[in-house]
Design a protein around this ligand. Sequence first.
Ligand code: SF4
Ligand code: SF4
Length: 359
Amino acid sequence: MAHRIAVVVSQGQSHNPKKRAMEEEIVANLLSERGIDVTVVPHLYDLKPEGTGMLCLSGVTGDLVVCSWLYPRAIRWILDRNDIWGHHGKTLLKSAGESEEEDQQVEDEQDLSENDKLRVLDERELPNRKIYCLDLRAYDSATPFLEEIRRIAADQTTNTVELMNWIEGQPKQQQLDRYLGPQPDSPAATPEPLQPTVVEEEASRRWYPVIDFSRCTNCLECIDFCLFGVYGIDRAETILVEQPDNCRKGCPACSRVCPENAIIFPQHKTPTIAGSPEFGAPMKIDLSKLFGAPDPGAPGAEKALDVAVSERDEQLLLAGRAPVGTEVGIRDQNAKRTRETSPRDELDELIDELDAIDL
Ligand code: SF4
Ligand code: SF4
């Protein structure tokens, strides 16, 4: 079977002619590429789970490259919330606003998120395919994206050939044809489609949180904090965004109280909230487990909490409800958050010892 790669171009929300021109250039150049299937969908964030766009993306079982006007983290976790799972495909391209020096920092952050605590993603079995997320805002021209997509496609082909070498020795031309698809000058070659698959879906602008499960520790802080019924838990008692459209347009409050910076609002103007990779590593010392609020020692944490509370109050007022200030969702939550898998730390031991002392 031929090894193919699916490339999805997600259109910008506006009809900005520059953006459209870049999207069209990417699509037009990929149509003639061997082994690449191109699909155009409306803006990824606006797609409804049951709509044609997501159904189309769900049908892709192999490697997937998604180009969108969003940070790569936002792209990946929007797909995830629609059950489109895969391993993180490493790209050589930067995202918007990211500099060369920040690459290593991002890698370090990923290492941190892998090592210190159990994350929801650690308990998942991912399908054996990769998802590459490219941020169309990062470059002014289509060229870097085309080069990167060709590199990814060539890499997949090389891997397939290497696998065949390992199994059967040096493959013959017929074997290559069978695995990679017929060569263009082969009589068996079928012409590549010259039209992309264009998904027509009525997509209006949406606003909802997206959870980065490579960071989320399932502490449930967000479910306690949000008073609009956006969050829920699944059968395994893992946090999920259950009623995304209950989220109040423009409100990013819960992203400020998440101790792991795992909540993304892809359309927020602040990069750290919109899913930028360069800041927002998980907090190393999570005192929120004790005090019910983000680490008070972290720069700006108290201010972030104040802002979150006032943003939530503002939304309550707009919805005709009474503001609650810090009375709900910020304190006395520690008992609710005990997770069997959370490692006990020295402080837990100390508290146990104090409890054991008969005063
Ligand atoms: S507050 Fe953050 S880390 Fe905790 S459950 Fe919600 S998304 Fe996950
Ligand atoms: S942003 Fe506001 S309304 Fe939306 S989920 Fe978070 S707390 Fe709830």
